[in-house]
Design a protein around this ligand. Structure first.
Ligand SMILES: Nc1ncnc2c1ncn2[C@@H]1O[C@H](COP(=O)(O)OP(=O)(O)O)[C@@H](O)[C@H]1O
Ligand SMILES: [Mg+2]
Length: 391
């Protein structure tokens, strides 16, 4: 991840800039400097990769600060934001002398800043795994098990990797993730979008519900009207704030996948597509894959999961794999008892269940992260029947 610093004479503005930066999904939160107190890095290595300098009525103080950082470390990428005036040629000249590389005028679109940062990430050769944490789970159609898969992958990711995992529910019209995990949530993605002007990782963490597995959940819609005026571009900014403070972000996209969701889909390191083996499911999935490809999503990011799989399905599935030129990633058995018990009775009662499904979810989590936990690990009826907090 890139490190970033924010410089402004106005603490309210600098908090908004920090939030905007976190919404690019490519930076780590770091402290802001108080110019009045003479704060700031003292050595070259303490200078972050990117510095955002807000130029207000006082032009001189922030530019002098920028120049000082540039002298300490000429590799710093300084972006100036001029809130009060169209930058005059004179101001541009002064900024250039202070090492400013880009000049932006508010309101600053985080996605434009993201593009700048993406170029920087490439130049610096930051490993991809560090910047891409998003796993999107989408369904060929409703009812194929998208939410079941999302929730269980999130739980197994938290268990097998021990990393911080957040599950975001974009199921439409209603979201069921919190319900499946037996969590009460006071906020949904809607609250996050409504506070986008100041949504940083701190505010974001206050909107989450915590599951005992360690998974944090940003709940979905509890009323279909929650989707009113929600744009996928705003939701992508929420996802990015999640990426800036979690190791893995799992999104239950339901069967929303359409090209309108490109701002979210293009952030994903993997897109898991869930279907059942029936004519309507496979047909819908094929249409979706065609759409993803036409949007420029690389096939290497797609992972096909067949839910409620039975051995006799394999003949049809082989033909399907050939037609879409994509291998099936995982087959999940039909286990009505385990799944419905987990849903109806809550985690504790699910212990001792047949854990074949759980093993499958664990295996998916391991393959997604490349982290392998020895098979000997928790044997005790880790059923988790799916969602249990007990391992
Ligand atoms: N592998 C499975 N075996 C048995 N039942 C399942 C399985 N996967 C999902 N289900 C059940 O199917 C129903 C739909 O699952 P859900 O995850 O809500 O689908 P979606 O999110 O695609 O609408 C739920 O009742 C769920 O418990
Ligand atoms: Mg669902």
């Amino acid at each position: 991840m890139l490190t970033v610093g924010v410089v402004s004479l106005d603490t309210k503005n600098s908090a908004a800039l920090l939030a905007m930066l976190q919404q690019t999904g490519l930076v780590q939160p770091i402290p802001q400097w108080d110019l009045m107190a003479g704060d700031g890095p003292k050595t070259a290595s303490a200078v972050p990769d990117v510095v955002l300098v807000e130029i207000g009525r006082d032009v001189k103080t922030p530019l002098e600060f920028a120049a000082r950082l540039h002298r300490l470390n000429p590799a710093v990428c300084t972006i100036a934001i001029s809130g009060y005036q169209e930058p005059s040629p004179d101001l541009l000249m002064q900024a250039m002398r202070a090492g400013v590389r880009e000049f932006l005028s508010p309101p600053v679109d985080p996605m434009i800043v993201r593009e700048m940062l993406e170029r920087l990430v490439k130049q610096k050769g930051v490993p991809q795994a560090e910047t891409e944490k998003l796993i999107v789970v989408g369904g060929a159609k409703g009812g194929v098990g998208t939410t079941t898969v999302s929730v269980n992958i999130a739980v197994q990711l938290a268990r097998t990797s021990g990393k911080r995992v957040v599950l975001i529910d974009f199921g439409r019209p209603l979201g069921h993730c919190a319900l499946l995990l037996d969590l009460e949530s006071r906020f949904s993605f809607r609250a996050a979008v409504e506070s986008l002007d100041r949504l940083d990782s701190h505010l974001f963490s206050g909107l989450l519900a915590s599951h005992k597995s360690g998974v944090q959940v940003l709940a979905g819609a509890s009323n279909a009207d929650d989707w009113d005026r929600m744009s996928p571009a705003s939701l992508a900014r929420v996802v990015n704030v999640a990426q800036s403070s979690f190791d893995y972000v799992v999104v239950d996209l339901g069967c929303n996948s359409s090209s309108e969701w490109a701002p979210v889909l293009r952030l994903a390191r993997q897109i898991i597509l869930v279907t059942e083996t029936n004519v309507t499911g496979l047909w819908s999935l094929e249409r979706q894959i065609t759409m993803f490809r036409s949007m420029g999503v690389d096939s290497s990011r797609l992972r096909l999961v067949i839910n409620r799989w039975h051995r006799p399905d394999d003949e049809a599935l082989q033909a399907f794999e050939k037609r879409i030129k994509l291998q099936i990633f995982e087959r999940l058995p039909n286990d009505y008892k385990a799944v419905s018990r987990a849903v109806n009775m809550g985690a504790e009662l699910s212990r001792g269940q047949n854990d074949q499904l759980v093993q499958k979810f664990r295996s998916i989590a391991e393959q997604l992260t490349g982290v392998h936990t020895p098979a000997a690990e928790p044997k005790r009826g880790n059923f988790l029947g799916l969602f249990s907090g007990k391992g």
